[in-house]
Design a protein around this ligand. Structure first.
Ligand code: HEM
Length: 330
């Protein structure tokens, strides 16, 4: 009895392998490839290991402090962690932009993923605010000039993929915009260029000049590509009257608040904690007035002004957006 059931099992297994072989033959035939050679490859290939797949050795070799202060490692690693989250966010934005026929579920699921990433980034900023020795920070930062998180290209790409470019230009230039204003001209007037202008002379800081020369062509290309596939234009073109319109609006408002209020406030808290009374601050930041530039209540950067009431916009950045973020079920 047992013998029969074992031989049935063997036959099932054999049939399964034959079916798999047939599928493989079809797969390789289509490409004009010889299946038998690929099976040899499978025979000789090593087993995959975690450390190879995740590239652990490479990953852990990417921290190269400029000084011997141990806390500089925290600074480097937390920036790297943030950039990886930015990459996750951009991957979601790319999926949304490339989707041929986008439906509400797909959009909402990806948007909620993005919100979870940004929420996590905002919460984890405590690692910066409380996690480094201030005296060490004030010393090692002098070896890092003129580098600044301001030069994070991925952060700027997230902004470009989030909304129409007109919402990213400076307030003054916004008044002169017409529907015919070319993208290349808007790119000259992005709001953040004001954050890297020397207080005394009104000239661009070295930090900004370096960033522009490396990244502006790529940013302009992305802005053109995303003209009709940023989150806002997809919402306007597809989901303005969607069945679960309210949920989509809530997710977009949450994203806006997470980036433009909560993350910025957490980041600003770090700047205050470490730089407030620093005598080197003007020279170290290239003379930018970060206290006037960084706080969201002065910056009033909003991705989706159409989704906020006048009152909400007037009070923009005056405190974390707790109710919204806690009630979203991200
Ligand atoms: C102790 C920690 C930090 C301090 C003291 C700090 C300080 C500053 C300052 C002073 C600026 C204004 C521009 C300048 O003068 O360079 C700035 C901009 C910026 N930083 Fe940081 N930062 C810190 C951590 C981070 C981290 C972890 C990131 C993550 C990538 C980051 C990303 C940015 C971005 C994206 C901007 C531009 C913001 C905007 O244009 O509104 N910073 N930071």
């Amino acid at each position: 009895m047992e013998h029969t059931s074992q031989s049935n099992k063997d036959q099932d297994e054999q049939a399964k392998i034959e079916a798999q072989l047939e599928k493989l033959r079809e797969k390789y035939d289509v490409m004009g490839q010889d299946l038998s050679s690929y099976l040899d490859g499978l025979l000789y290939a090593n087993y995959l290991n975690y450390w190879d797949y995740i590239h652990i050795d490479t990953l852990l070799s990417l921290q190269n402090p400029k000084t011997d202060f141990p806390d500089e490692n925290i600074f480097i690693i937390y920036h790297q962690i943030t950039e990886l989250y930015f990459k996750l966010i951009l991957l979601e934005m790319e999926q949304i932009a490339n989707r041929k026929q986008i439906d509400e579920d797909f959009f909402l699921t990806r948007l909620r993923r993005i919100n979870r990433y940004f929420k996590h980034l905002t919460d984890s900023f405590e690692i910066m605010v409380d996690g480094m020795d201030k005296d060490q920070f004030l010393k090692f930062r002098m070896s890092l000039l003129p580098a600044s998180g301001f030069q994070s290209a991925q952060f700027r790409e997230i902004e470009i993929c989030a909304t129409d470019l007109q919402h990213l230009v400076s307030k003054e230039f916004r008044e002169q915009l017409t529907p015919a204003t070319p993208i290349s001209e808007m790119m000259q007037h992005l709001y953040w260029k004001q954050g890297a202008t020397e207080l005394a002379t009104g000239k661009k800081t070295l930090t900004l000049k370096k960033f522009e020369s490396k990244y502006m062509p790529r940013m302009t290309r992305l802005a053109k590509d995303r003209q009709n596939s940023n989150l806002w234009s997809i919402y306007k073109n597809h989901f303005y009257q969607a069945f679960n319109h309210r949920e989509i609006v809530e997710a977009l408002r949450t994203f806006d608040a997470l980036v433009n209020i909560n993350w910025r406030l957490s980041h600003f808290k770090s700047a205050v904690r470490y730089l407030q009374n620093d005598p080197n601050v003007i020279s170290a930041t290239g003379g930018t007035n970060w206290q006037k530039y960084l706080p969201p209540r002065f910056q009033i950067q909003i991705f989706y002004p159409e989704l906020w009431s006048e009152d909400e916009k007037e009070n923009w950045g005056r405190g974390f957006f707790k109710e919204l973020i806690e009630g979203i079920g991200v």
